[in-house]
Design a protein. Structure first.
Lengths: 330, 80
């Protein structure tokens, strides 16, 4: 199969073998090759993809998404919301305004949740890292199962009729909204291509500036594991024979939100040593969809009961996906 | 002349700080008398009908959201 990353591989191999005179089979050579291959590859992907996403972001303002979802009923609405979540950028800092904005437009609670789950889970940094480190197939599986989980969890929340566990002030917005619904989108829509590219560039440089160090350090640790940690140790601790590996990975993922860029390269090295893929997928989903800062922010609009339902559904779903994968892909 | 009220709506991300800096620059460039507030409470942001941050309001009216407006853009809006 065509490997778009071949030039990076070639270059890393040349540096290790020709320049440094090491074999890529040796401990040090293997570690160096891992590092020299992964750092440029991941950073390049990150720059390109976040630029593309940032540029096209201007077409997908939350106001557009809200319009598409308005009037949609359950299931159909859940599916659409989860799909739209793939392509829209999301920052946990805007989770609350978004949540209120959706509900005030009359979008059902479950549909809102489907979007709220899918949008952060399928974000550009996670996709870049999965694609760069584990390949396209794993990335597509991640997106597929992530969207599936978003649809199902949102549908269940809608079906349980948990509107009573949304903080009551949120519903007052709904009334206010109906009074002044017309004065929306006055001049927010007029964007030139130059501005779109500027926005893309801004986004890209911002993401790279904030994660590059994590990427480099993470890959360095991964490189160390790759060259020096024996395979048997990894298979014993995190292999498919350890039934607790998946839940432990999920629990570990929750507080790691900001550091996904640093942690994923470490998991790559562990996968090379025999950690099963389902464990990695579950871990990544926990990092993106169950992040601690987002839960704290959502508490402003959700009563603890609803937050608990949400977290339990997600935890259960993610762990099931992890086990399912490990069972299917062994 | 009545002083202008400008609000930067954002939860403290870098983009929001950039927008605030641009707004201050625009106000200084036009030599206007204006008060700038940085609103970080997500509920206050939602109350203004904004779903994507950073956003900017002038005298209580949302003039831009979901992007970092440049100082020139803001100057144009302030002169209207």
């Amino acid at each position: 199969m065509f490997d778009p990353f071949y030039p990076f591989d070639w270059l890393a191999t040349q540096i290790v073998t020709r320049l440094l005179g090491l074999s890529v089979e040796s401990h040090l050579g293997a570690s160096l090759h891992f590092f020299l291959y992964d750092v440029p590859k991941v950073l390049t992907l990150l720059i390109v993809i976040s630029f593309v996403v940032g540029t096209f972001q201007s077409f997908l303002q939350p106001e557009n998404v809200r319009q598409w979802l308005e009037g949609k009923r359950t299931l159909g609405g859940n599916i659409l919301a989860a799909m739209v979540g793939i392509v829209t950028p999301f920052c946990s800092c805007s989770a609350v305004p978004l949540f209120i904005g959706f509900l005030e437009a009359g979008i059902p609670l479950g549909v809102t949740f489907s979007y709220l789950i899918s949008a952060p889970m399928v974000n550009e940094v996670a996709v870049v890292l999965l694609w760069g480190l584990f390949g396209l197939k794993v990335t597509l599986l991640y997106i597929g199962f992530g969207v599936g989980l978003a649809i199902l969890a949102g549908y269940i929340i809608g079906w349980l009729k948990l509107e009573k566990w949304v903080e009551s002030f949120v519903w007052q917005f709904q009334k206010a909204h109906q009074d002044n619904a017309q004065e929306d989108n006055l001049n927010a829509n007029h964007v030139t291509w130059k501005q779109r590219f500027q926005q893309g560039w801004f986004q890209s440089s911002e993401i790279v500036r904030s994660v590059w160090l994590y990427v480099v350090v993470g890959i360095a640790i991964g490189a160390g594991i790759h060259g020096y940690v024996p395979t048997t140790l990894v298979t014993q601790l995190a292999g498919s024979s350890n039934p607790f590996a998946v839940p432990v990975a999920v629990v570990l993922g929750v507080p790691l939100y900001a550091n996904i860029a640093g942690v994923m390269p470490i998991t790559e090295a562990l996968v090379n040593k025999g950690m099963p893929m389902g464990t990695v997928l579950a871990f990544t989903m926990a990092v993106t969809a169950l992040s601690l800062p987002e839960m704290v922010i959502l508490r402003k609009v959700l009563r603890p009961q609803l937050l608990a339902v949400f977290i339990s559904l997600m935890t259960f779903g993610i762990i099931s996906i992890g086990y399912l994968f490990n069972a299917l892909l062994v | 002349m009545k002083p202008i009220t400008v609000e930067v709506l954002g939860t403290g991300c870098k983009k929001c700080q950039q927008l605030e800096a641009n707004a201050r620059e625009a106000i200084a460039a036009l030599n206007l008398e204006a008060e700038i507030f940085h609103i970080t409470d997500p509920i206050e942001i939602a109350k203004r009908g904004v779903m994507s941050t950073p956003a900017l309001t002038v005298n209580g009216k949302v003039v831009g959201k979901g992007k970092v407006m440049t100082s020139e853009e803001i100057q144009r809006l302030l002169q209207m």
